[in-house]
Design a protein around this ligand. Structure first.
Ligand code: NAD
Ligand code: UPG
Length: 442
């Protein structure tokens, strides 16, 4: 089956490469010519484990193509996936311009029946909006189906998430389109993937409900961690113990500097915004967002407190710039806001990230970018662990201590054990970790 994917960001590239791996004939389109020229040569715009191998294979075996020729790609395909960005607009509303443009392009170049499947995260009502736009620009009326097929992949684990999803959600209004969609995902039946088949509006709603619930879990544990800090309890034990209750679950209860990335921050706000437009006030979504915003400020306070209340003139080494490990994506990365605030307060910043430095250089000025963790420590008055890349989990702590001007570490991802750090002679703080020796009963 021939499919066309509109957009070569994370979702477009991963979906395209994975559908090609499933045996489909895939054409990925973008409006940025140099991106497409690079992709034709196998040069990827993003760092995602496993993606290079899949793209190389798809190109080599002729199942994966890249083009700016949208007319031809639309003409050839039976199913067209929309995978363009839906960034936050004003007041948390979703900026729909890219989705609208794609719908117009599809309408213009469509000459026979197509299934138009939205993978972008879009506000409730978008399927109807896409239908109306296509009908308005079609040169002559041609039948088509609009389907909502939200994507749940995580950056850094995108291939695995696409190939072995917890579920596939397909929202559609007619059986013919649903049958075509099920056929596309048929390899997943072999691994007994649950399919949720529903209407388009419900499918659109599911994506926001999932992301907002996960964001709420993170904000909840961050609030618990902040309280643990004050009452000297240990949030790891709290998270583990509550998570062992299967009704709660252990995942997404890691405290830290708050969630970042291109999804949770914008999607939580977008849900609250379109709910409000529908006359419904979503207090939990709003609270999750507010807690998340405040968490970054709290991290700055933690760092400042470890430097005697004043960072002016001090050098702070920061490990990790991307919003999470295994990606070079810095969209809404907590590290960036924290660095900007520390700079505002007069600190000099040294920073290292395994892959995100080129992206960070575009937005963060006056940072001394380093070649590895140890050169970041050298001459710094404190070390901040901002993103939990694996290589930061296994630092030679004796060497770190020797290189720092003073043995101060602020671990925003709770990678190290407070007691071990204390034993090694560090002045160490984390997020919600108990700092004094445990009771003898423990
Ligand atoms: N990033 C993720 O992990 C993830 C996961 C699930 C869902 N989503 C959702 O998927 C969507 C895409 O996210 P992303 O991170 O891949 O986006 P992105 O912004 O990284 O990439 C979007 C791409 O679309 C291209 N584009 C814009 N207009 C176009 C047009 N008219 N025709 C063809 N291409 C066009 C852009 O040039 C860009 O390359 C968003 O709605 C996002 O919320 C993202
Ligand atoms: O216990 C946790 C788990 C995550 N995070 C943070 O939350 C953010 C998002 O992490 P994650 O969900 O792993 O990455 P994303 O790639 O943003 O994926 C989310 O957003 C995607 C886009 O909608 C969805 O497809 C995924 O299902 C959803 O997990 C990151 O800043 C993490 O550091 C925490 O602070 N604590």
């Amino acid at each position: 089956m021939h499919i066309c994917v509109m957009g070569t960001g994370y979702v477009g590239l991963v979906s395209g490469a994975c559908f090609a791996e499933f045996g489909m004939q895939v054409t990925c389109c973008d409006i940025i010519p140099e991106k497409i020229e690079n992709l034709k040569e196998g040069i990827l715009p993003i760092h995602e484990p496993g993606l290079q191998e899949l793209v190389d294979k798809g190109l080599r075996e002729g199942r994966l193509n890249f083009t700016t020729d949208q007319a031809k790609a639309i003409e050839q395909a039976l199913t067209i996936f929309i995978a363009v960005g839906t960034p936050a607009g004003e007041d948390g509303a979703t900026d729909m311009r890219y989705v609208d443009d794609v719908a117009d392009t599809i309408g213009q170049y469509m000459h026979d029946y197509k299934v138009i499947a939205t993978k972008s995260t879009v506000p409730v009502g978008t399927a109807k909006r896409i239908r109306a736009r296509i009908e308005a620009v079609q040169p002559e009326p041609v039948e088509f189906s609009v389907v909502s097929n939200p994507e749940f992949l995580r950056e850094g684990a995108a291939i695995e998430d696409f190939m072995r999803p917890n579920r596939v959600v397909i929202g559609g209004e007619d059986q013919h389109a649903l049958a075509i969609m099920k056929e596309l995902y048929s390899p997943l039946y072999l691994i007994e993937t649950p399919f949720v088949i529903t209407d388009t509006t419900t499918a659109e709603m599911i994506k926001y409900a999932a992301n907002t619930f996960l964001a709420m879990k993170i904000s909840f544990i961050n609030e618990m961690a902040n309280l643990c800090d004050v009452v000297d309890a240990d949030v790891h034990d709290v998270a583990r113990a509550i998570g062992l209750d299967q009704r709660i679950g252990r995942k997404f209860l890691h405290p830290g500097p708050g969630y970042g990335g291109s999804c949770f921050p914008k999607d939580v706000q977008s849900l609250a915004h379109f709910a409000q437009e529908a006359g419904v006030k979503l207090q939990l979504a709003t609270a999750a967002h507010e807690v998340n915003q405040q968490q970054r400020g709290r991290m700055v306070e933690k760092i400042t407190a470890m430097l005697d209340g004043n960072v002016a003139g001090k050098t702070i080494g920061v490990l990790g710039l991307s919003f999470k490990p295994n990606t070079d994506d810095i969209r809404e990365a907590p590290a960036l806001d924290i660095i900007a605030e520390l700079q505002q307060q007069g600190a000099h910043i040294k920073a290292y990230d395994p892959v995100a430095i080129p992206a960070a250089q575009q937005v963060l000025r006056d940072v001394e970018y380093c070649k590895d963790s140890y050169s970041t420590c050298s001459g710094s008055d404190a070390l901040v662990l901002a993103t939990e890349w694996n290589q930061f989990r296994a630092l030679d702590l004796k060497r770190v201590q020797a290189l720092l001007n003073q043995p101060v570490m602020i671990d925003l991802r709770n990678v190290y054990e407070p007691e071990t750090m204390k034993r090694l002679g560090f002045r160490y703080t984390a997020v919600g970790r108990r700092s004094r020796q445990r009771d003898s009963a423990n």
